[in-house]
Ligand binder design. Sequence first.
Ligand SMILES: Cc1ncc(COP(=O)(O)O)c(C=O)c1O
Length: 462
Amino acid sequence: MTTTDTIHAGYTPAGSTALQRVPQTRHLATEIPGPRSRALMEERRAQVSNGIGAQLPVFIERADGGILLDLDGNRIVDLASGLGPTALGASNARVRERIRTQLDRFTHTCFMTTEYESYVEVCRWLNEHTPGDHEKRSALFTTGAEANENAVKIARYVTGRRKVLAFTGAYHGRTHMTMSLTSKSHPYKTGFGPFSEDVVHAPVPTSPRDDAGSVDSFLEQVRAALVENDAAAFAAIIIEPILGEAGCLIPLPGFLAGLREIADEFGILLIADEVQSGMGRTGRIWAIEHEGVVPDLLVAAKALANGMPLSSVTGRAEVMNAIHSAGLGGTYIGNPLSCEAALAVFEQIDSDGVLERATALGEIALEMLRPLVGAGNGVIDVRTRGAMIGIEFGDEDTLVPSSERAKAVTRYCHAHGVLALTNGVHENVIRLLPPIVIEPDLFRDGIQVIIDGIRSLDGPGS
Ligand SMILES: Cc1ncc(COP(=O)(O)O)c(C=O)c1O
């Protein structure tokens, strides 16, 4: 760690003179959390519902590039991007510029009452940049869960069917339908039922437990789940092309293509939930592109507007246009500030090497972390698709998950100024979603802290 910092130009896109203002180095000024954060946590406990969790209880003063600066002066390496959205950094110059300009014009009209051009432009970009060269239409919303709700509404409307097939480990949001689609109970569903009886879950083949030869048998399980539950009653199959909350699980090659075939066979719409995996994070704009599969509906959010609330559903024109006028909507859909932020994101994806940067981060992570797999500290897998990275902990022989190890390493990271998060079906994965614009050396420093944390664990994983 160095404390001799220069103000760092960081990710300064072409045409912008704005400098990033927070030095891009890790620095501990106090223990973490420091005294000011601890005092504010007391206040938080007195004012904020206990139902809202906190992974790292520090209060942020500023954030830039790959650094979160807290109120105690600690500079924490950000390997989470606010759960994925701030892929281009939390104070991206072009995003700020566009928002500032829009702020002086208007902040809201409601697109369903009077129109503004940026909403149309965001839809145009999505129609042009989502998989498939068929004619498309888009609709913008606010959150990922809301967009998933709408994708299901659209699929039900056009098929006249009710049921939806989702997958074990899936996370699709916290509204009622999306809780039903989500498979993990705690903390997302506990006590919040009843859930939709129209949702059926099937397993997904992923490494390290399943081998490439098992894809066909998993597809057979999908087919069986549909047939057993009346295949003609299914409106949609919804899948995350990479299962983020399940621990960055990557479906084995061929599984998504197999789902496409099954969906076609039974007249079911295939929905790709790219809320977490989309917008360049995996080194392609959409994670489903790695498999060459074209979904009927694609849902985006999170990095779509780099932290401003915006989500979208894009699909075949005939599907999206089938809905009667005013059948879809909401007061805040496609907020104009968020749309401007999205347009700034698109400019950078189109011209600033964002995809290459995401790919390079994945390569750095693999190179540094792969040697730890099976090396005696309970790391059983490291997987990356660009800047979507999972480090899985368990018994090295039996693969029995170990959440204790994942949590111990996460605690070590937090104490040493690195924000890494534990997740996974068994809470045994450290999932990294770094800002794509993080400087490679800072990213290496963050990964090295994770490695030190892993090495500090005793004995073989069990
Ligand atoms: C794959 C996926 N779908 C949907 C959601 C829900 O998005 P939001 O929190 O914006 O409602 C998330 C959030 O983590 C997600 O990762």
